[in-house]
Design a protein around this ligand. Sequence first.
Ligand code: ATP
Length: 199
Amino acid sequence: MYVVGLTGGIGSGKTAASDYLASLGIGVVDADVVARDIVAIGQPALTQIAQHFGSDILQADGSLNRSALRAIVFHQPSERKVLESITHPAIRQRIQQQLANSTSPYTLLVSPLLFESGQYQFANRSLVIDASEDLQRQRASQRDGVSREQITSIMAAQLTRAERLQKADDIVINHGDLEELYQQLDLVHQRYLQLCQTY
Ligand code: ATP
């Protein structure tokens, strides 16, 4: 199993890049999707969260009330630690499981916090999709109308652009149009196909 960890700041083009590689037949494990799945109704992590934080953090239908939980952990680092001690092992386990189930020549692990969360440990190599902060802000706000403040606070929780680039094995600069992004991805894709054959 050869795993390429794909990351980048908010609005850098991670989804555009992983959608394109998926269209070439590459399996994608999305850490954000996994993080949501492990707290879905019926999942053991949700039961543990409700046991610790009380049923007030559940909606009437039994699903997680994210904003109620966020409000609790936001100002209380010890409570955040408890939450993470429940979610992180479940996320790690599910990521490993999905990577193991992938049958493509190599598999992408897409995670906005690949380096920050330690999920890089699952990857053989990292690919950073990079864009200037101006472009990141422009694209993120065009896509789903996130406010300037939200974008700034998400950026503050992520590595700086320079820190991320320093950790990257491979970098694709997403400053042009989508065609240019795909051309660069074709090159790294060929490289990964070679690397995974000799792995
Ligand atoms: P997030 O971290 O917020 O999930 P992301 O890194 O996954 O963001 P995308 O969703 O891929 O970023 O890109 C943000 C927006 O910018 C999307 O609407 C996408 O279609 C658009 N976009 C990405 N790259 C380009 C490009 N090269 N040219 C034009 N639009 C682009």
